[in-house]
Structures are given as structure tokens and as C-alpha cells.
Design a protein around this ligand. Structure first.
Ligand code: UGA
Ligand code: MN
Length: 256
């Protein structure tokens, strides 16, 4: 089965660096189709050029997060969900526009939501490729913990190891599950709720799709960490700004 990876992304200094890291991981994964969705009212030249030269099979989409749902400068990062509209746009493409792609005549496939800043082991993709409905595994460095994970007993998920509101329907990070394309297509209404309270974005999507006892544990019964919720530091631009004031800023024609 093809793995369809949906990635929301937005313009910032580290964007091209993040996308380069991601693309060069994906280049090692057989049968991967990257659905990159820009949080923007238009496709940007940076991302268009990047994808064209990436060597990957891809679909380039865009949709802006409505202003009232978007984090503003100075807001704490947890205030509003990020990437919800973009993931929904990726789902819409899979359900409506996938025609014309190799393998589009079948419903064989796996859908994974990969944020642009996390770190992914190649082993993760082989684990998820066998997903029947919804597969799950641990995520490292998330939720203020070394890892969060589903707890497996006798091959079934019985609860979740998480430090925060374990009563959530699915207390899983976005990076911790994959869904079969068949299930995505059979449940046309399943989508991410951009108004979901903190920590409930993943549940808003999974709730309608699956129950806890149907989850398929991967990564050796959820004992191995194959994805890390890394976050990239925002670069400081103090010198750049000082030089710009003197007319000596870096050449804006150089893409970074
Ligand atoms: C955590 C989870 O890992 C995310 O999957 C979840 O979407 C997020 O919380 C949330 O609660 O909304 P975190 O590292 O805090 O993630 O979020 P980011 O990595 O900053 O953003 C998640 C994705 O959305 C990234 O791919 C990012 O590029 C994208 N994004 C972020 C946008 O498309 N627009 C934005 O304005 C911000
Ligand atoms: Mn992140």
C-alpha cells in the first residue's frame, strides 16, 4: 500500500530547513506520496520550487487558517490547534481529487499526519504500512514526558500512558497513529475540529473512526519509540535587523 503523508506547513525562517529534513527522510521510504498543505492563501514560490526539485511523488495544496483561529504573535503555542484546516484539505484531496494518481483506482493505502518539525525513523513507515483500520505507537519527547504511548495487554490497547487528561477519548499525539485510506474514504465526515479544546484535536478526528479496543498496536506492542516530537528553536534575527537598518542586510534574492 502507498503511504499518503499529510503535512501542514507555514512560512517562517526555518521552513525550508524543516522541509529538507523531512523530504530527505521520505526519499528513503518506498511508495510514499507526500501531501504538503501550506497554511497560506496561495502556493508560495519557495514551497513550489522545493517540491519540484525534491524527487518525491507529491501533491501541493494550500488553505489559509481563518484569522480568528490562527495563533497571533505573543499567544502561547497551545492556545489554538495548529494545522487543522490544512489536514482537512489533505483529507478532502484524498476523498475527492485523488483520481489520476498511480494506484488511485484502489482504496489500498495508509494515511499519516506528519508535522514538518518532528523526527521520523524509517522503521516507522514499515510499521504503519500494514494498518488495517487505525494503528498506534509511542511518541518520544511529547506532553512534557520522555514518551507517551498506548499500553498494550495481550495484544490490545487497554489504556494510555500520558501525563495529562488520560480521560480524553484518544490521548495520542498526531504523530502517534495512522489510518487506512479505506477507513478515511468510508467515513467522509471524519475531520479535524479547528475549534477543539487543547489536546482534543486528535480525538476529534479519531472519535468517529475507531474504538480503543480496535486500535492496532505497532512498534513491538508499543515498546519502541520511532518518532520524536521535536520542536525547532526560532532563530534570532537581531544582527540581520541591525544590518538592514544600515542598508547592509543579507541579499533577499538568496532563498534560505
Ligand atoms: C502539537 C501536535 O504535535 C500537533 O500535531 C498539533 O497540531 C498541535 O500540537 C496542536 O495542538 O494543534 P506542536 O509542535 O505544538 O504540535 O505544533 P506545531 O509543530 O507548531 O504545528 C503542527 C503543524 O501545523 C506543523 O506541521 C506546522 O508546520 C503546522 N502549522 C503551525 C501551520 O500550518 N500553521 C501555523 O500557523 C502553525
Ligand atoms: Mn511540532
Amino acid at each position: 500500500p502507498t503511504i499518503y503523508v499529510i503535512t501542514p506547513t507555514y512560512t517562517r525562517f526555518v521552513q525550508k530547513a524543516e522541509l529538507t529534513r523531512l523530504a530527505q527522510t521520505f526519499l528513503h521510504v518506498p511508495q510514499l506520496h507526500w501531501i504538503l498543505v501550506e497554511d497560506s492563501p496561495h502556493k508560495t514560490p519557495l514551497v513550489s520550487g522545493f517540491l519540484a526539485s525534491s524527487g518525491l511523488a507529491y501533491t501541493h495544496l494550500h488553505t489559509p487558517t481563518p484569522r480568528d483561529r490562527k495563533l497571533q504573535e505573543g499567544d502561547p503555542s497551545w492556545l489554538k490547534p495548529r494545522g487543522a484546516e490544512q489536514r482537512n484539505e489533505g483529507l478532502r484531496w484524498l476523498r475527492e481529487d485523488r483520481r489520476g494518481q498511480p494506484g488511485a483506482d484502489t482504496q489500498l493505502g495508509v494515511v499519516y499526519f506528519a508535522d514538518d518539525d518532528n523526527t521520523y525513523s524509517l522503521k516507522l513507515f514499515e510499521e504503519m504500512r500494514g494498518t488495517q483500520r487505525v494503528s498506534v505507537w509511542p511518541v518520544g519527547l511529547v506532553g512534557g514526558m520522555r514518551y507517551e504511548r498506548p499500553v498494550v495487554e495481550a495484544g490490545k490497547v487497554v489504556r494510555f500512558h500520558t501525563g495529562w487528561r488520560p480521560s480524553r477519548p484518544f490521548p495520542l499525539d498526531m504523530a502517534g497513529f495512522a489510518v487506512s485510506l479505506k477507513l478515511v474514504i468510508a467515513n467522509q465526515d471524519a475531520c479535524f475540529d479547528g475549534d477543539a479544546p487543547m489536546g482534543f484535536l486528535e480525538s476529534s478526528f479519531l472519535q468517529g473512526l475507531v474504538t480503543m479496543d480496535e486500535l492496532e498496536p505497532k512498534a513491538e506492542n508499543c515498546t519502541k519509540v520511532l518518532v520524536w516530537h521535536t520542536r525547532t528553536e526560532k532563530p534570532k534575527m537581531k544582527r540581520e535587523e541591525a544590518l538592514q537598518k544600515q542598508g547592509l542586510g543579507s541579499d533577499t534574492a538568496v532563498e534560505v
